[in-house]
Design a protein around this ligand. Structure first.
Ligand SMILES: NC(=O)c1ccc[n+]([C@@H]2O[C@H](COP(=O)([O-])OP(=O)(O)OC[C@H]3O[C@@H](n4cnc5c(N)ncnc54)[C@H](OP(=O)(O)O)[C@@H]3O)[C@@H](O)[C@H]2O)c1
Length: 254
């Protein structure tokens, strides 16, 4: 899609990949609506930037977000559903609420937003982009719930795409570990490998959006290596599993 002078909404815009997307999209001469729970506190100002706090774990807040955008612009050309988080933990201790909390933000809010965008835009063209994760293919120890939220998201995007006309495009992004606050917030002290910068991920996302790519892979190593060198990923998962048990068992003993 052509980006110039279009309206874009980015969720999870207050830090990491979302914040770098906002900065890069402003450079593309777009009107940017940036959303998160605390975006209004972020010191980033631009005449084409609108910052608005919404908590995407709640349906009423997502409805209010759509009302706000359509009252302001009466259209939304590009929606980037990027907000998300993880817990680094044994899934065995999770109660219903804990599981529900992560599915609400990472999965339900994205599925609902995709269907709401269609309801508001009717037959007009749009692109809807969802930040999934490499973990949607490769379920990570310590991130089992997270990986499940992203695998469900991938399934939805693949099926819903086939229901829409060609001018309403769904695009899914599969970042590998990225240097953001994500791991601190998840309570993961061991450093993941390999890591990319959020600037790089934002740049590859924008390149993929412009080319209307269905699937966007910020890491070539993952894109090609996952299919061509399964032995490498088997070794990688062994390492990640060892690291997870070592880190979390130490915490329990301490
Ligand atoms: N970092 C990685 O290694 C990695 C790898 C693959 C995929 N991803 C995915 O990339 C996306 C961006 O993550 P990131 O790495 O940039 O992490 P991040 O820096 O922690 O950013 C997460 C963003 O989500 C927002 N958010 C969280 N809960 C929210 C809620 N209930 N309502 C509204 N906004 C909410 C946060 O803002 P507030 O706190 O202001 O609400 C923040 O802006 C996520 O979907 C993540 O799963 C990340």
């Amino acid at each position: 899609m052509k980006l110039e002078n279009k309206i874009v909404l980015v969720t999870g815009a207050s830090s990491g990949i979302g914040l770098d997307l906002v900065k890069a999209l402003l450079k593309e001469n777009m009107d940017v609506v940036a959303i998160s729970r605390r975006i209004e506190e972020i010191d980033l100002n631009h005449k084409r930037l609108t910052k608005k706090n919404f908590d995407l774990s709640k349906q009423s807040q997502i409805d209010a977000m759509f009302q706000f955008v359509f009252a302001q612009y009466n259209r939304l050309d590009l929606f980037i559903a990027n907000a998300g988080f993880s817990y680094y933990e044994y899934a065995s201790g999770s109660d219903w609420k804990h599981i529900e909390d992560i599915f609400r933000v990472n999965t339900l809010s994205v599925l609902y937003s995709a269907t709401q965008l269609k309801a508001h835009m009717k037959d007009a063209p749009f692109n809807f982009v969802a930040t999934a994760s490499a973990a949607s293919f490769l379920s990570m120890p310590g991130h089992a719930l997270y990986s499940a939220t992203k695998a469900a998201l991938r399934g939805f995007m693949d099926g819903y795409r086939l229901e829409l006309p060609k001018h309403q495009k769904l695009q899914t992004v599969f970042p590998v570990a990225t240097k953001t606050n994500f791991f601190n917030k998840a309570n993961q002290s061991n450093k993941p490998w390999p890591v990319q910068t959020s600037e790089h991920v934002a740049k590859i996302m924008i390149k993929g959006i412009k080319k209307d790519k269905k699937n966007i892979y910020p890491s070539k190593l993952f894109k090609y290596g996952f299919k061509l060198t399964p032995w490498f990923f088997a070794l990688y998962m062994k390492r990640q599993t060892r690291l997870f048990h070592r880190t979390k068992n130490k915490k329990i003993e301490a």
